[in-house]
Design a binder for this molecule. Sequence first.
Ligand code: GLC
Ligand code: CA
Length: 635
Amino acid sequence: MSAAPRTPRPRRTPPPPPPRRAGGPRLPGIRPAALPAAGSPDWYRRAVFYEVLTRGFFDSNNDGIGDIGGLRAKLDYLEWLGVDCLWLLPYFPSPMRDGGYDISDFFTVHPNLGTLDDLVAFLDDAHRRGIRVIADLVMNHTSDQHPWFVESRSSWDNPKADWYVWNDDDQRWADARVVFVDVETSNWTWEQSRQQYYWHRFYSHQPDLNYENPEVVEAMFDVVRFWLDLGLDGFRLDAVPYLFQRDGTSGENLPETHALLRRLRKEMEAVYPDRVMLAEANQWPADLVDYFGDGDECHMCFHFPLMPRLFMAVRREQRFPVTEILAQTPVIPDGCQWAIFLRNHDELTLEKVSEEERDYMVAEYVKDPRMQRHMGIGRRLAPLLDGDRRLAQLLYALLFSLPGSPVIYYGDELLMGDNLYLGDRDSVRTPMQWSPDRNGGFSRADFAQLYLPPLMDPVYGFESVNVEAQQRNPSSFLHWIRSILQTRKQFPVFGTGSFEVVPCANPSVLAYVRSPHPPAPDTTTAAPDKATRGGRAGRVGRSGRAGAGRGDGAVEVVSNPVLCVHNLSRFAQPAELDLARWAERTPVELLGRVPFQSVGSATYGVTLGPYGFYWFELMDHDPMGRGDGNDGAPG
Ligand code: GLC
Ligand code: CA
């Protein structure tokens, strides 16, 4: 993008062709895809994200590799599931030595995955269904096969000589840590033809771009504009803390990096006001919040420190790992949002825990040394939990009710397993399991041709875990996820509300209230509901929910606070909650719409089964028309 001010373009007007200095023209005749109708600019605060590996999802041409056509073919499923935004892992040309994060051309699609036309058609279809799509933007580095690097490494005086970070010795920036400690010994690698070292924060085949060079910044802004013009709804900014280096620092989170991101936001917003920037910064909370700037940097940021603490809390059967990290998390600027997750395409990272906590996590979750990958654990959600469905439901209940927008990793909605015998991150990147048919319904290619073998073990293999079977069984995990997502969608307060921990003497109980932000005065009047709605005695209709439909079209009708109570223990637990602030309100359980006893002046008693949880709408009147607050336990 140029630095000159740009006038906002009306939506749906085809933009002028972007300058393609870096990649050359590739798009004759392709028009930008339509954007979702009636989107609100902060749609991402109410959205549920779904992370998908294109090559692992569905193979539409039976060559053994999932592709863009396959994503398109499975939009019915994704719409049925009820997700709002897909995050596509890198789909660019790549030698595939880091799962596609080693990009050799930023301006097109990997030939194995399809064409740009396929991508545009897919975006159009997704948007028509109200599903948005973001993709990885790998700004920090390229593959060593990228023509930019091939040129840069060739001599000292070629036009791209300064596009990467070169040095005569390998001693500079010694304070910068090596990220892949188990694979790389230094952030410098010797280049024979230049007789110099080049800098890389990840694998040695991924040289870092030199953002001190304005040409590099311009080239990357061209990449951004190219994909936004094509219709992408935003980016996950991969490995974003490392864009700059400076003497005497760790080379992470430098002011220069933040300044560049703010510039990117400004230029992006001028032309594409409803697109989103989601930062991948594996940092402590105090450093993480800097990626929001003053609301003028990234819209979203993954909450990395929270993730391992959810797993710690359920193993310790104590809420403190979660409440402590949330207490250390500063308030974020208006319009910003956390992205929260249980698992993703990488190992369960243990970078942001103390050494003691790391030892604990390894002792609890690493049953076989093969499970350890880089500084983390290369397992999927279900095997981490020994396949315990109640525990998985509890963790999803936390994911869907803690502050932030949840990100589901493909296959984890089925409780798919992993394959420890595959290298690096491939353990958690096996084909999506669609049916009990050949190759799990993923592809009709010969087994030997598949990009990775599907799981075939008796516990997690595709014969026992697959979409078709779970869609047919109304009590499957998949149906459970779908229905809790529908419930969540009806209460936008889960996305946008404030968060307050409710005191409780039992350490196994994690209770909190999500309130409309700013908290509604006690005079809020909720439309009275018909207590008989739904036909089951003792159930009431909904009042605190948004209008039906997708997150971005949602209208907040009435906003009552929602009380969430979770039992992190494998045994039944009593909870005495201090709900004094919500005295007189009547908790109505969200999934069944069953009203409980109103809150009185004493503590409020709830009994929870093993890994049990309740979400209650705190209504300001008793929908059953019963008397005043009751001091007793609701039983
Ligand atoms: C991010 C990606 C990871 C990749 C790394 C380097 O952390 O999630 O998969 O290896 O960046 O690109
Ligand atoms: Ca294919």
